[in-house]
Ligand binder design. Structure first.
Ligand code: DGJ
Length: 723
């Protein structure tokens, strides 16, 4: 057995290559850097326990029963029941020219199968894996599953994943790893509001900034399974695969299926280390958003479907006055769209509401110095639309027949809408042409690309088609981007229903939730941003009373929460008070001052004993500056927050710490019963008035005595290096 060593500054991946006893290549280490891999590999060869197979069992890149693996197999499929159990053997391993990756090929000549893995370890420590299977036989091969798997050590005995629903996406959960297979399945034919951006396992009690953690992200916007297979022999595999429908992928002779990409990060500094790897990887992409993220105003919660030039121009006036830079016209502008029951699919400007087209509004927006953005939902139709009436055969459905009289049926409705079958080239071309025409006719800088239903029973000519539909959507966005390279696209799916690295390979930001309630957003954003850097995560300041929850929150809490994303406003500013408009101007100025830091820095999350407090920040790469939010998400257990260590600073440097928002003039340092300020205390810690200085190591280790925050309030701290 020999090894291939992929190595970054923080991570090593060791691939053991097969011998007669070990027919497959196997990842024998994914974790901390190994300085010298010149070792006798008998050190890691497993024993043969009693009452098992007579040979040591190899957990290869494709775990398989023919190698003795009795956990979840990596490949399932057959030729009408035959060739059901592959016996893949390593036939080629070619390191990439730069030494950062390898292509590993296994074949089973008798079964006529070839599986090739591409592994790539990025300099930031991100491991990227994909695989493809080729049918080398003559008969069709029906593929049920091709999984990507990574071994994790048994010391990784605690699992963290995220779940949620509409308006409550990406909430964390933890549980101990137990024997058996733990599986998260997604059958939404989009990523899903409950989908986990992250599946992480770690040493017991791993925290934001301590413990060893192994984490994966599955970059796919269709059906999926993410799992941890804890096998009775003690080995553990983190895995993910596309969840294919019955008969969905039948490979003809010579045909290939390629998996989505599995991204994997390892950290010995808790979840923050995982986050750091993802941020560095995102930001190193050539396609990553480069210019400062413009402040957005989105019209949805401001006017909903009430689209009229005059009030929208007034809204644009107010928006420009507070410093907005991008005005986005949401749902309601196209033919027949008066509410959510009609019009989807008819992507022509509504002639009744907009007799002169969108030009006058777009001109008004540009004259006020803002960019214009437009909402679309290209994959959808309302049955009450011209396109659905003219082309009922374009609706994705489980039946071959279209007319109900012939047995045709469509999936159950959801928000009165159905899904266009984009695997039908005519439907695809229609949508492409309409989007292309709109982008050609109007100066549009940004599309908010929505997707408001699950694709239950997605089918093409009677066969499941989620795989092909997902790729067709990717192709559609890619083609539009190629034709209109300067147009930015947001991935929205009733909020955070399509947030993944597959869609983000071709879009520029996500809408993580329809919930603009800042208290809910604190959790949604914290965990969305465990993987996605803030410049890709839309965060809007809404009115005092949140539309989706009815909760009433102070503007400073709403503003500080939104500041840590790609800032926007979703509020009918025509109804905002003068003091609210002043506050908005202040926070937008603050955002513009600090967005360079916020959108390039390192995310840090303190580990706190107090469950109701959230303390996180962004530290510049050179550690000369940082911004932190301290938020009370509820009433605290203790009377005082106590001394909190400021995470992420350079221990050797001296810093100045001060509260920058609410601004000094607005800050009631005491917060008596009549005050609506952030504090609830008889007197503030002495440093609060005017700030204070100390070394990074003092601030980090001794900590800073924090003021007592009123529940659902926050303060913004600024730290700068001095001297
Ligand atoms: C759902 C989105 O998430 C909202 O922001 C809004 O765009 C509506 N759709 C419009 O129908």
């Amino acid at each position: 057995m020999s090894t291939l060593h992929l190595r970054s500054d923080t991570v090593s991946v060791l691939l053991g290559t097969g011998s007669d006893d070990a027919p497959q290549a196997e990842i024998i280490h994914w974790g901390p850097v190994i300085a010298d891999v010149d070792a006798d590999l008998r050190l890691v060869a497993p024993p043969v326990p009693h009452s098992t197979l007579d040979v040591p069992v190899v957990a290869g890149l494709v775990p398989q029963a023919s190698s003795g693996w009795l956990g979840r197999p990596g490949l399932r499929g057959s030729r009408d029941g035959l060739s059901f159990s592959p016996a893949l053997r390593l036939t080629d391993l070619t390191p990439t020219a730069d030494g950062r990756g390898a292509r590993v090929v296994h074949t089973d000549d008798a079964a006529g199968l070839e599986v090739a893995h591409d592994l790539l370890l990025h300099p930031d420590g991100m491991l990227e894996i994909t695989a493809e299977i080729v049918n080398r036989g003559d008969a069709p091969y029906r593929l049920d599953e091709l999984a990507l798997v990574l071994p994790v050590p048994a010391t990784a005995s605690e699992l963290l994943d995220l779940s949620g629903r509409w308006c409550r996406e990406q909430h964390p959960r933890r549980h101990p790893v137990q024997d058996g297979t733990w599986v998260r399945s997604g059958r939404h034919a989009r990523t899903g509001h409950d989908s986990s951006l992250l599946v992480a396992v770690g040493t017991p009690g791993f925290g934001n900034r301590h413990g060893r953690v192994w984490a994966t992200h599955f970059a796919w916007s269709g059906d999926r399974e993410q799992y941890l297979d804890a096998v009775v022999d003690g080995r553990r595999m983190l895995g993910a695969s596309e969840l294919l429908g019955s008969g969905e992928v039948a490979l003809a002779a010579g045909e290939t299926y390629r998996t989505p990409t599995l991204f994997a990060a390892y950290s010995d500094t808790g979840i923050d280390g995982i986050t750091d790897t993802f941020y560095r990887w995102f930001r190193s992409r050539g396609s990553h958003v480069a210019r400062p993220r413009p402040v957005v105003l989105n019209t949805w919660e401001a006017v909903y479907f009430d689209h009229r030039l005059e009030p929208l121009t007034e809204l644009a006036d107010r928006a420009a006055a507070v410093g907005v830079e991008r005005f986005v016209l949401d749902d309601g502008w196209f033919r027949g769209r008066r509410d959510d029951t009609a019009g989807l699919g008819d992507w022509y400007v509504d002639e009744e509401r907009w007799p002169d087209g969108l030009g006058p509004l777009i001109d008004a927006v540009h004259e006020r110095g803002m960019e214009f953005g437009l909402w679309v939902e290209p994959e959808m139709v309302n049955p009450d639309s011209d396109v659905a009436r003219e082309h009922p055969e374009w609706i994705s459905r489980p039946t071959v027949a279209v007319p109900p009289a012939a047995g045709g049926r469509v999936p159950l409705p959801w928000r009165h809408q159905q899904v266009l079958d984009l695997t039908n080239p005519h439907a695809w071309q229609y949508v492409y042409d309409r989007m292309h025409a709109l982008l050609g006719e109007y100066r549009i800088a940004y599309l908010k690309w929505d997707h408001n239903r699950d694709l239950s029973e997605a089918g093409h000519e009677g066969r499941p088609s989620v795989h092909a539909q997902t790729l067709a959507v990717y192709r559609l966005i890619d083609a539009l981007k190629a034709a209109h390279p300067s147009v930015e696209i947001e991935s929205c799916a009733s909020g955070g229903g399509r947030v993944d690295l597959g869609i983000l390979a071709r879009t520029d930001r996500v809408w993580p939730s329809d919930c603009n309630d800042a208290l809910e957003r604190q959790t949604i954003q914290r965990w969305t941003q465990a993987v996605l850097p803030p410049e890709l995560v839309g965060a809007h300041i809404g009115p005092a009373q949140a539309h989706t929850t009815g909760r009433v929150l102070d503007i400073s809490f709403r503003a500080i929460t939104a500041l840590f994303g790609h800032l926007g406003i979703e509020w009918d500013l025509r109804t905002a008070s003068a003091s609210d408009l002043r506050a908005l101007t202040g926070i937008i100025d603050l955002y513009k001052t600090h967005r360079g830091l916020l959108h390039t820095g390192t995310r840090v999350n303190a580990d706190l004993a107090e469950p109701a407090l959230a303390f996180h920040g962004v530290v510049s790469q050179d550690r000369s500056e940082a911004l932190y939010s301290l938020a009370a998400l509820g009433t605290t257990v203790a009377e005082m927050p106590g001394r909190l260590g400021i995470p992420g600073l350079d221990p050797e440097r001296r810093y100045r710490l001060e509260i920058v928002y609410p601004a000094a003039g607005e800050l009631d340092e005491h917060g008596d019963h009549d005050s609506l300020g952030p504090f609830m205390q008889t007197s503030a810690p002495a440093w609060v008035a005017g700030g204070a200085e100390a070394s990074g190591s003092f601030l980090g280790e001794v900590g800073v005595s924090m003021p007592v925050l009123r529940p659902e309030h926050a303060i913004l701290l600024h730290v700068t290096a001095v001297g």
